[in-house]
Write a protein that binds this ligand. Structure first.
Ligand code: COA
Ligand code: AMP
Length: 627
């Protein structure tokens, strides 16, 4: 493998097949692949492997069974566990046996709706072991969202726990799971529920199984051979409609890309401790809590808590020093939350950061102010890097593992080997260096990127249609004259709230269901803590007298339908929405107003008075949190 970033980048583009076949040597194969990319099939189409074997068994086979694979640190449950590779193998293969006892096998889908506990990792790896396709659903989604995923993935089983713990609150999962199953048209055969000590759930006879009993009754299941192009998982993410997109990840490319990234982006080696303070419900959790670190033979840290309040803004640094974390990964929001509580960095000074070598940030743009603050406090490289659920691993980064250290606040770094970027204007032509445009990536995308959308072939193809076959990321940005890539925001209606990806269009569809609402617009308003927060503007149907409770009802409706993760806290009633003469809602102008910008009244506006009304309403309610 090439030694420098430049060498690696050049060879990854000049002969991608050779580059990635060489990288495939970091993975143990049942049938070694001899082909790189095959159009219509994916990467390493003639290879077979087992992802779970690569994450677990091979480390035991290499004599590392007593090394720690997983550290579970839960300030909210008051629990800490260290799980070595021997134990991980036992637990995962038993969990796999529990699934095979239910008749689940290769190609069957399994939904995992679980909190940040070790059994969630065991469940994901158990699916990978037997070739079942897992689909993890983030705990902050409400029952209707879970139901949509059940109907789309058509799983045979749903794995859950009796509760999650959010800060100091116990959140029972079972009522929500039962409601989702009732809402879904697809019939789930089996629910397996892990009873946590904090909350006991009632089981439905005939459908529900107790996890502990089923696990203990099961015999360990062996790894099965999986084609490299077979799906490992489906992960739903927000698209531009109310229907989430089921991103499909293939086994082979995923294992190769993650193994490569652990070494060459993050600069880790077997035995290092890697902590991604995310959630297994997001792609970061899939790639860098579960699969990446374990495939690389690292110790992964599973943290059930928040950056602040569990118990305080020192919890990250305490965890990092206690467990000797080498590389840490979190979202800028988390750092902003810590900074808000501890602006002078007292906790960092008192606790230190142990042997931490670098902190990586992703999930939203790292604003320079936060990044510079963190770097000053921590005195180690703080690195913004960019990726998406679709891509599965970082596409723009500073590759510490390739010896690169170049960083520029406000930029996510340089294209990662394998990714050829262009910045295009609306006309599809490249813009000048430094000018803003659509961020696109040349195809074929490197290993690890999505290979399709579940049940949505057209949706997948659409991402490659607007720019002559290039992948349209949906992000806008620029590449500066030194080659740094700056990702500035979305070109569609997706917003990032506290690093969580949401669709404003989807929130609008939910609000439109309220019987009193004629139409609405939801925009992402800048927020000092969460980066963005949704803000709803709604017009009441003529003849309806809106009571004082209506904004609250709108907020609750979104919470019930989408989930608390939507974080909608403001709904403003207005008499009209500003529109163009052709009837298009002027969302960009509303966003400008919400963010305190001057909005130019263009002659194409049909009803300028509507903008003026919104400006006045926003002024009256201006939240000090808005920047
Ligand atoms: N299960 C159930 N509810 C959840 C949840 C989960 N897994 N995650 C979040 N929620 C709930 C929260 O409790 C909150 O509910 P509330 O409105 O009743 O208070 C709501 O969803 C919004 O959550 P969030 O936006 O995360 O706000 P917060 O105030 O709870 O926390 C931060 C703020 C900044 C501490 C938190 O957002 C954070 O740590 N962000 C980093 C996110 C991250 O790592 N993203 C992954 C991308 S790398
Ligand atoms: P998700 O699919 O949930 O990982 O969200 C992906 C989206 O988050 C991207 O399309 C970007 O809009 C945003 N994003 C993630 N990381 C970054 C980053 N480092 N800089 C800017 N935007 C980011």
């Amino acid at each position: 493998m090439s030694a420098t970033y430049e060498d690696a980048y050049t060879s990854s583009l000049s002969d991608p097949d050779a580059f990635w076949l060489e990288a495939a040597g970091a993975v143990d194969w049942i049938e070694l692949p001899h082909t790189g990319w095959t159009e219509g099939r994916g990467w390493f189409a003639d290879g077979t492997l087992n992802t779970c074997y690569n994450a677990v068994d091979r480390h035991v086979a290499a004599g590392r069974g007593k090394d720690i694979a997983v550290i579970y640190e839960s300030p909210v449950a008051g629990t800490r566990q260290q799980i070595d590779f021997d134990t991980l193998l036992k637990r995962v293969s038993r969990t796999a046996g529990m699934l095979t006892n239910l008749g689940i096998g290769k190609g069957d889908r399994v939904i995992i709706y679980m909190p940040m506990i070790p059994e969630t990792l065991f469940a994901m790896l158990a699916c990978a072991r037997i070739g079942a396709i897992h689909s993890v659903v983030f705990g902050g989604f409400a029952a209707p969202e879970l139901a949509k995923r059940i109907d789309d993935a058509a799983p045979r089983a749903l794995l859950t726990a009796s509760c999650g713990i959010e800060g100091g609150r116990i959140l029972p999962y079972k009522p929500l799971v039962d409601q989702a199953i009732a809402l879904a048209s697809h019939r789930i055969e089996h629910v397996v529920l892990l009873q946590r000590p904090q909350c006991v759930a009632e089981l439905i006879h005939g459908r529900d199984h107790d996890w502990a009993e089923s696990h203990d009754a099961a015999r360990p299941a062996a790894c099965v051979a999986i084609a490299a192009t077979d799906p490992l998982y489906i992960l739903y993410t927000s698209g531009t409609t109310g229907t989430p997109k089921g991103v499909v990840r293939q086994n082979g490319g995923h294992a190769v890309a993650l193994a490569w990234s652990m070494r060459h982006i993050y600069g880790t080696q077997a035995g290092d401790t890697f902590w991604a303070a995310s959630d297994v419900g997001w792609v970061v959790g899939h790639s860098y809590i579960v699969y990446g670190p374990l495939i690389a033979g690292c110790t992964t840290l599973l943290f059930e808590g928040k950056p602040v309040g569990t118990p305080d803004a020192g919890t990250f640094w305490r965890t990092i020093t206690k467990h000797q974390v080498d590389i840490f990964f979190t979202a800028p929001t988390a750092i902003r939350a810590i900074r808000k509580e501890d602006p002078g960095g007292r906790f960092i000074q008192d606790i230190g950061t142990g042997r931490l070598r670098a902190m990586y940030l992703a999930g939203e743009r790292a604003d320079p102010d936060t990044l510079i603050w963190a770097e000053r406090q921590l005195d180690i490289p703080v690195i913004d890097h960019w990726w998406q659920t679709e891509l599965g691993w970082p596409a723009v980064a500073t590759c510490l593992g390739l010896g690169d250290t170049r960083r520029r606040a406000g930029s996510a770094g340089f294209p990662v080997p394998g990714f050829r970027f262009a910045v295009l204007g609306d006309d599809g032509e490249p813009v000048e260096a430094g000018a803003s445009g659509h961020i696109v990536v040349a195809t074929p995308l490197p290993p690890g990127c999505y290979s399709s959308l579940w049940n949505n072939a057209d949706g997948y193809l659409r991402a490659f249609q607007s720019f002559a076959g290039d992948y349209e990321s949906g992000d806008a940005g620029h590449i500066d004259t030194d080659g740094f890539v700056h990702i500035m925001g979305r070109t569609d209606d997706i917003i990032n709230v506290a690093g969580h990806r949401l669709s404003t269009g989807q929130i609008e569809q939910i609000i439109a269901k309220h019987p009193a609402i004629a139409e609405c617009a939801v925009i992402g308003a800048d927020d000092r803590l969460k980066g963005m927060i949704p803000l709803a503007l709604a017009v009441v149907k003529s003849g309806v007298i809106a009571g004082e409770e209506l904004p609250g009802e709108i907020i609750s409706l979104v919470r019930q339908e989408l989930g608390p993760v939507a974080a909608l806290k403001q709904a403003i009633l207005v008499s009209a929405l500003p529109k163009t003469r052709s009837g298009k809602i002027l969302r960009a102008a509303i966003r400008g107003l919400a963010n305190g910008k001057d909005v130019v009244m263009s002659p194409t506006i049909e009803n300028p008075e509507a903008l003026a009304e919104i400006a006045a309403a926003l002024q009256a309610r201006r939240n000090p949190e808005f920047s």
